[in-house]
Design a protein around this ligand. Structure first.
Ligand code: ADP
Ligand code: MG
Length: 694
């Protein structure tokens, strides 16, 4: 930043002001320029009282008719002012004696506030106000604003008026080209999209002409906003594409399926679905290239992603490389380990289990097997990317249920297998189907495959929504199901933050259910149990030794027990759609018809809609689309992902159409104008440093 671009060149900016601005993340003139209004006010016109509507924020002027202190439940000052067209009431709950005296009969006032409907007609509560001297001075302080008035995010010690003063100076500099503002979008693109230049857009946003519709600005529909949003989405998209481009400059081992994969497929008790075959073929094509694969496989709950992961792993093993499969929870990782170890025995392939809960001796042994290459496949939790873990020849990294991991974790695991310029291939799997626009924005660094078909014979899960008050009835239903030899999940959910409370609730529920249903075999699984205990319970449930499994949301992902056909979810109204869909996906895996009971205590309007969606559809993509509309992108991708999706002004839900345009423009830009991409990324994301440490 040159001296001319420094904040200190603005009048009124000294060390104290610099500190306050820094609190708003403003350290340069360009930061200040991109400090955008939250909303706008119209202080350009004085409105007649007769024209006001409740809810409007308006500037008015009138004469005090009446001023009195009222003693009711709360003491307050009531001031009635009027103009030729009518009158309104000003209401003050806090006021000084001096104020009371100031607001006397006959005094002229100018007020700004929101108009509300009060008991006696329209009123303003605590308006900003100013006394107007009798002699009207046309150029004086009583002049109205020449533009719409922006309202900025502010901080302690720096209020609207102060910030607006700085902005006014800055905008003047900008208008006179006294500060440097580089236009980063090529002129051809601006012309093609009929977008204003960056300078035009910013001038407009900070000082919109008074005839602009405020709602167009606040809903970001105005071209000036669209232009900035376009640029921000583009910068974000380019940063991911660049990440991908850089990765493709590295080399990766050439992997290829062979006899192992053939044996494995032959031994499966089913044939792969067409979708599975297609996705497997896409993966095979990638890993035969000497460049690291970066592929995301999206497949709804139960679509059969695990066999695809195993097939990819076998291609690595076949060529003398190792593969690692990482899952987000102990229960899921363990289940993968058991399945995979069982399958691999037949092929004489060594599988190693690694979790944070291994005993020291087991752990040493596991680490040694991976380091010397004796073990060909590693399965585990995030313990896999801890420092001590080394691989002899890692060729493939599989991250299952990636929405549970952060982007950094997946990149860290890829670093593990790095050998100079050589990287392992990477396969990311997720059952959280996300709408296409969101996926374009969030996973632009990945190629995407979709398993859009469930194995045949799956029956849709019938979903019912019932109030807690019918608990006894539900318990009886569970009883009948168990007596008929069905297996049941009873999921206890509480507010996410407190795992301890959730476990306690599960323990209590298990106890109550056991008392009520003494002839049923009930077991409990929750996050605070030892790994071995959890594993024993899950195995017993899988083998049919347990009728009713009371669980916390630890069973949310991946758990696969085909005979389970009834699930009760407590406090369902507190869970998001994605999580409910995941949980429900634990049933409906076998041949029999399954039922999921969503039990609630209290339904808000939004919760009612959410549970309604669950009842209407079992299509993960449809659920995700509705979820996006109801809750916004941050929630859908999971909080751990949102670091990557923090936008200053763009909103993936609102700006879906722009996302598609951006994707089309970005690749063209990367080819023809790569010089501006770095600057764009830097301007909007500061991404240069963000991925540097992985
Ligand atoms: P997810 O995609 O949710 O990870 P899984 O890989 O756990 O799904 O598969 C769910 C169940 O479906 C498993 O029991 C798996 O063996 C079975 N399965 C996978 N593919 C097929 C198929 N093509 N036909 C029948 N069953 C299959
Ligand atoms: Mg799975």
């Amino acid at each position: 930043m040159t001296e001319a671009n420094s904040l200190r060149s603005l009048k009124g900016v000294g060390p104290r002001m610099l500190e306050r601005l820094a609190k708003l993340n403003i350290v340069s003139l360009s930061d200040l320029l991109f400090h955008l209004p939250l909303r706008y006010q119209d202080r350009s016109r004085i409105r007649a009282f007769g024209s006001l509507r409740p809810g409007e924020e308006v500037l008015v002027e009138g004469t005090v008719d009446l001023s009195e202190i009222k003693f009711g439940r709360r003491r307050m000052l009531l001031v009635q002012i009027s103009d030729a067209s009518g009158s309104i009431l000003l209401r003050f709950f806090h006021f000084s004696n001096q104020q009371k005296q100031q607001l006397a009969h006959g005094v002229r006032l100018r007020c700004f506030a929101e108009v509300r409907r009060g008991p006696q007609g329209l009123e303003m509560v605590h308006p900003e106000y100013r006394l107007i001297p009798d002699t009207s001075e046309p150029e004086g302080p009583s002049e109205t604003d020449k533009t719409l008035t922006p309202v900025y995010p502010v901080t302690e010690g720096l209020h609207q008026i102060g910030l607006r003063k700085l902005m006014t100076q800055l905008i003047e500099y900008l208008a006179q080209d006294k500060i440097q503002l580089t236009e980063l979008l090529p002129p051809t693109l601006l012309a093609e999209k009929q977008m204003p230049t960056l300078k035009q857009a910013l001038l407009f946003i900070h000082q919109p002409p008074t005839d602009t519709r405020i709602s167009d600005l606040q809903d970001a529909r105005h071209p000036a906003y669209q232009r900035l949003i376009f640029e921000e989405l583009l910068a974000h998209y380019l940063s991911l594409r660049q990440l991908r481009y850089r990765m493709q400059q590295h080399v990766a081992p050439v992997l290829k399926a062979g006899i192992h994969a053939q044996h494995f497929i032959d031994a499966l008790p089913f044939v792969l679905t067409v979708a599975q075959q297609r996705v497997y073929a896409e993966i095979e094509k990638d890993i035969q290239q000497p460049r690291p694969m970066q592929r995301l496989v999206q497949g709804d709950v139960g679509s059969g992603k695990t066999v695809i992961a195993v097939l990819a792993a076998l291609s690595a093993v076949e060529q003398g490389y190792q593969a690692v499969i990482m899952a987000p929870t102990e229960i899921l990782a363990e289940q993968h380990f058991h399945n995979i170890e069982h399958w691999m025995k037949a092929l004489d392939i060594q599988v190693t289990w690694l979790s944070g809960k291994l005993k020291a001796a087991q752990r040493r042994e596991a680490l040694a097997e991976l380091a010397d290459g004796a073990s060909q496949i590693a399965v585990g939790t995030h313990a896999l990317f801890q420092n001590e873990v080394c691989f002899a020849r890692l060729g493939l990294v599989v991250v299952d249920e990636q929405h549970r991991f952060g982007v950094h974790q997946r990149l860290a695991l890829r670093e593990k297998g790095r050998d100079g310029n050589r990287y392992p291939h990477q396969l990311i799997m997720t059952a959280t189907p996300i709408p296409r626009t969101l996926s374009m924005a969030a996973y632009a660094d990945l190629d995407v495959s979709v398993i859009d078909e469930l194995p045949p014979g799956r029956k849709p899960v019938e979903t019912v929504v019932l109030p807690e008050s019918r608990r006894d009835e539900i318990v009886q239903r569970v009883h009948r199901a168990c007596q008929k030899g069905k297996q049941v999940y009873w999921v206890c959910t509480l507010i996410e933050e407190s795992e301890a409370l959730q476990c306690q609730a599960a323990e209590e529920t298990a106890q109550q259910l056991q008392e009520a249903l003494s002839d049923i075999k009930i077991a409990l699984v929750h996050g605070r149990m030892k790994a071995a205990e959890k594993e024993a319970v899950m195995q017993a449930f899988k083998q049919g030794g347990i009728d009713l499994l009371v669980a916390t949301t630890v069973i949310e992902v991946g758990v696969d027990v085909a005979n389970a056909s009834l699930m009760i979810i407590e406090n369902a109204e507190r869970l998001g759609l994605a999580q409910l869909h995941q949980l429900r996906g634990r049933v409906g895996r076998g041949e029999q018809a399954s039922v999921c009971v969503l039990m609630y205590k209290k339904l808000s309007q939004q919760a009612r809609e959410r549970l309604g969606v669950m009842r209407e559809t079992s299509d993960g993509f449809e659920i995700a689309r509705r979820d996006l509309a109801l809750r916004g992108p941050g929630e859908i991708l999971g909080t751990r992902q949102t670091g990557l999706l923090q936008f200053k002004i763009a909103d993936l839900q609102r700006d879906q159409l722009l996302v598609e345009q951006v994707a089309r423009v970005a690749d063209r830009l990367l080819e023809n104008h790569s010089s501006c991409t770095e600057a764009l990324i830097e301007r909007w994301t500061g991404a240069a440093s963000r991925f540097a440490d992985v």
